[in-house]
Design a protein around this ligand. Structure first.
Ligand code: 5GP
Ligand code: ZN
Length: 112
């Protein structure tokens, strides 16, 4: 499968990793939209939230258990925002499930 985030997860494409373990990896977004913009992904390919199921949902829990640690490491003591785009209407461009961790400034009140 020709998936850019699978390639980042297995090291075929370089990235600036900020966290990694056997199940997930977190790396800086190539086009940051905030002073801190980290993408957190499961290493195994899941296309988007629609494809989370009882077989693979443990990795989602794992991601959310690690987010506070990644945010703290990134200096986001005052808060952060998590976004996951699912599908083309949401603007998803990479169809490997990822969570945007955004912060480092006061983010706007609006979500969209
Ligand atoms: P989406 O629009 O699918 O929610 O977000 C995809 C994100 O992946 C975008 O913010 C984009 O900048 C980022 N991105 C796309 N290709 C690469 C890449 O090769 N490396 C990194 N680090 N980020 C990427
Ligand atoms: Zn993938």
């Amino acid at each position: 499968m020709d998936c850019v985030f699978c390639k980042i997860a297995n090291g075929e494409i370089p990235s600036t990793k900020v966290y990694e373990d056997d199940k997930i990896t977190a790396f800086n977004d190539l086009n940051p939209q905030a002073p801190v913009h980290i993408l957190i992904i499961p290493k195994d390919h899941i296309s988007c939230i629609n494809d989370i199921n009882s077989e693979n949902s443990d990795v989602i829990a794992h991601i959310f258990e690690k987010i506070p640690q990644i945010a703290k490491y990134a200096g986001l003591e005052n808060g952060y925002r998590i976004i996951s785009n699912c599908g083309k209407d949401a603007g998803q461009t990479v169809f490997h499930l990822h969570f945007h961790l955004l912060g480092g400034k006061i983010l706007g009140e609006g979500l969209v």
